[in-house]
Design a protein around this ligand. Structure first.
Ligand code: ME8
Length: 478
């Protein structure tokens, strides 16, 4: 069976998930469900990034020991992702022994390749970003993202010879135009690789928390270096079995971490003599009601609270339909409500209840669910959905499905089956009901990866004999 390996970033556990983190997982979940339905053997991985200084600081603030804190938080993240219905196959934690083993085996490979050396490092480190910043990146002496003054660090570090891979990376980008998407991100990345990329320090001297560097256990492995390797750990690396799923078919990330995934990670893999991921897709960033998500504004939407207000399918639908994947977007409570009412409750929900009510009223003995043929117009509209999903144009895929819904609404409005039934035109009424029914079945099939709960409910209604009337409304609030 053909495999499909897709990943989300692994998340820092210094806070609970907000809507931005959940967004990445919604998209990954749609793809995982889609490829499973296509018969691919899917490995969908997500998890937590635990060896970060941010987590140490959060543990201190909470008055807890670090291991206890990350255990608790990782459990919480996993529970939330499970409660939201994400169909991940594996949940990796970077403090797990198998990950420590994978990181150490990987580092030994790059050392053997002659790509590690010891050097003095002096730089400005932002714990928020978990990265060194250059003077000219600062605004008023502060990190522009976290608005904090970076720490001045002077230490002996182990370095990875990243710049050695400059040309190979540029060649890879040239030979694989699909490697980084959307293509708007490519130029910036190429500029970085060509003009800015330097060797990176991959260890932290005397840092207690973190994976030990195999060459010197006074050093912790730099958290990003360890985190990227999670994608190999979940395939079973360094055991040979990792070749079944590696290379990844798709790394799904936010646009904030492109550099790590499209320069450092591929160079690490080149050094270790391993194949590169086939595709990296970077989605945009959310604001909430027009404002950047931030702790101080207190506007980080808790997905579990939101999921109490709306069925989670509604949230999945809204974020994928309203914001073209790859673009920045605004999470607006107002728009969410509008989409819910217009597209789900009134659009899909109404079509289902009108159609099934009519089947019960006028279907009689002549309606034959099994003989229902999909109208050519609907077939043509829905035939584009797969290609849209595979190119991660989720908004377009949903738009096509809703075109099919609109077509069916139009058919009802135009033909007014209740009038035909009154006039005794049974054959015509049956024909229309069968077209509507076949449209609903096809719409429901295409909705499966997007709205899994709705799909399940609707499948039960449509496959029951006699066909059941849907609960009103179909999008039951929990
Ligand atoms: O960067 N809008 O973890 P992280 C959209 N541990 N997506 C958002 C978002 C927003 N406002 N905020 C976060 C890390 N995200 C590293 C990753 S991977 C080897 C290591 C999403 O907890 C987006 O996908 O800061 C982003 O890339 C991810 O959360 C980063 O989460």
């Amino acid at each position: 069976m053909d495999k499909f390996f897709l990943t989300t970033p692994i998340y820092y556990v210094n806070a609970r998930p907000h809507i931005g983190h959940v967004y990445t997982n919604i998209a990954a979940d749609v793809l995982a469900r889609y490829y499973r339905a296509k018969g691919r053997e899917v490995l969908f991985s997500t998890g937590t990034d635990e060896n970060s200084q941010k987590n140490v600081e959060a543990a201190e603030k909470a008055g807890k020991d670090v291991q206890g804190y990350v255990d608790e938080m990782a459990e919480e993240w996993k529970r939330i992702f499970t409660d939201l219905g994400f169909s991940f196959d594996t949940f990796i934690r970077t403090t797990a022994p198998e990950h420590v083993q994978a990181v150490q085996a990987f580092i030994e490979r790059i050392d053997k390749a002659g790509d590690m050396y010891v050097g003095d490092y002096e730089g400005l480190y932002c714990v928020g970003c978990e990265t060194f910043l250059k003077e000219d990146e600062l605004v008023d002496g502060k990190c522009p993202i976290h608005k904090t003054v970076p720490q001045k660090i002077t230490e002996k570090n182990y370095f990875f010879a990243l710049s050695k891979y400059r040309q190979k990376l540029l060649d890879h980008f040239k030979d694989n135009p699909e490697f980084l998407q959307p293509s708007s991100a490519r130029n910036k990345m190429l500029h970085y690789i060509e003009h800015e990329m330097e060797d990176v320090s991959i260890s932290r001297q005397s840092q207690k928390w973190g994976i030990r560097l195999p060459q010197n256990d006074d050093h912790a492995v730099y958290v990003w270096f360890d985190a990227l390797i999670n994608y190999l750990t979940v395939t079973g690396f360094p055991d040979k079995k990792f070749e079944k799923f590696w290379p990844a078919d798709l790394h799904l990330i936010g646009k904030d971490i492109i550099k790590f995934h499209c320069a450092i990670w591929p160079a690490m893999l080149l050094s270790a003599g391993l194949p590169l991921p086939k595709r990296v897709f970077a989605h945009g960033f959310f604001t909430v009601d027009g404002q950047k998500i931030s702790k101080s504004l207190g506007n980080a939407i808790d997905p579990m609270t939101l999921a109490k207000e709306y069925p989670f399918d509604v949230i999945r639908y809204y974020v994928l339909r309203d914001i073209p994947f790859g673009n920045d977007g605004d999470f607006s409570h107002e728009r969410l409500k509008e989409r819910y009412n217009a597209d789900l409750a009134n659009g899909l929900g109404n079509l289902v209840s009108r159609t099934l009510n009519m089947i019960q009223q006028f279907g009689g003995d002549t309606f034959d669910a099994d003989g229902a043929q999909l109208p050519a117009e609907v077939d043509a509209t829905l035939s584009s959905v797969s290609a849209y999903i595979e190119s991660l144009a989720f908004d377009k895929a949903l738009e096509s499905i809703w075109q099919a819904i609109a077509w069916a609404d139009g058919l009802i409005e135009e033909t007014k089956p209740w009038q035909l039934a009154k006039a005794g035109d049974t054959a015509r009424v049956t024909g229309i009901l069968q077209e509507l029914y076949a449209t609903l079945v096809a719409v429901n099939m295409h909705l499966a990866p997007f709205l899994p709960q709705t799909h399940e409910k609707l499948s039960a209604i449509l496959s029951a004999r006699p066909i059941l009337k849907p609960p009103t409304p179909l999008f039951l609030r929990k």
